[in-house]
Design a protein around this ligand. Structure first.
Ligand code: ZN
Ligand code: ZN
Length: 242
């Protein structure tokens, strides 16, 4: 039998680390649940996206059908098949994402990624061949020092043993803020922002993004992926504005 010493050592070190630094809630400093830096009370108080459009994860009113599709998706089906978004973009989730992006709190990306991985299990989501985190432009990456979508994707890829593809797609340019633009302008704004730089060689991809505000970014990325031969694209995100 081939013992994977690296994996074993990592596990031992992780267990040791947990004993010395037990998980603490990132919001209130109480004892964390499991290996998550979040306590049960804060966990339950988060704005979970309970009822949502199956295709674009748009929050829907309570009591909506489990397989509901929003009017927008019915009118113009987007280029992706299914979406999973943990939270509505409000309350503590806004501050968590903000801390992650602008205060470089990478422990938060681990927490959010762990929760996304848990949700995939609970929601019986179909496991894709690869995860493609929404790429940042070189300039933005230099400013921020890391890509938050890649950091969120790591625990998900690890837990479900999915290949994490951070190299096949590049962001060629930044886009101006999408706020205040109508759908047509948004699409024009984002068109051509992504480029395939090497073949992906897979059939089913899940895009990971931190927040999906309008779907124009993930729609454009899905379009480019499909043009490159990917048959099915899903979108997984931490929060959905709507
Ligand atoms: Zn707490
Ligand atoms: Zn929808």
């Amino acid at each position: 039998m081939n013992m994977d010493i690296f994996k074993l050592t990592t596990r031992v070190f992780r267990a040791l680390f947990k004993t010395v630094y037990p998980p603490r809630c990132t919001l209130c400093s109480s004892k964390g649940i499991d290996d998550h830096d979040l306590c049960l009370e804060c966990f339950l108080a988060l704005p979970w996206n309970r009822e949502y459009c199956q295709q674009c994860a748009l929050p829907l009113p309570d009591g909506s059908n489990d397989n509901a599709i929003c009017g927008e998706c019915l009118n113009r089906p987007p280029g992706f098949s299914q979406s999973l978004s943990l939270f509505r973009y409000e309350g503590e989730v806004v501050s968590l994402i903000h801390q992650l992006k602008f205060n470089e709190k990478l422990s938060i990306s681990r927490l959010l990624g762990q929760m996304l991985a848990d949700c995939i299990h609970i929601n019986n989501v179909e496991i894709p061949d690869a995860i493609v985190p929404v790429p940042l432009s070189k300039k933005r990456l230099r400013q921020r020092g890391f890509n938050q979508s890649i950091e969120i994707a790591r625990p998900v890829a690890r837990r479900w043993d999915i290949s994490l593809d951070t190299r096949s797609v590049k962001r060629t340019r930044d886009t101006q803020s999408q706020t205040g633009l109508d759908r047509k302008q948004r699409r024009k704004n984002i068109r051509g922002a992504f480029e395939i730089v090497r073949p992906l060689g897979v059939q089913h991809v899940a895009i990971i993004d931190d927040v999906v505000t309008t779907t124009s970014t993930v729609t454009e990325l899905a379009r480019v992926l499909k043009k490159a031969g990917v048959k099915r694209v899903d979108v997984w995100s931490i929060a959905r504005a709507g």
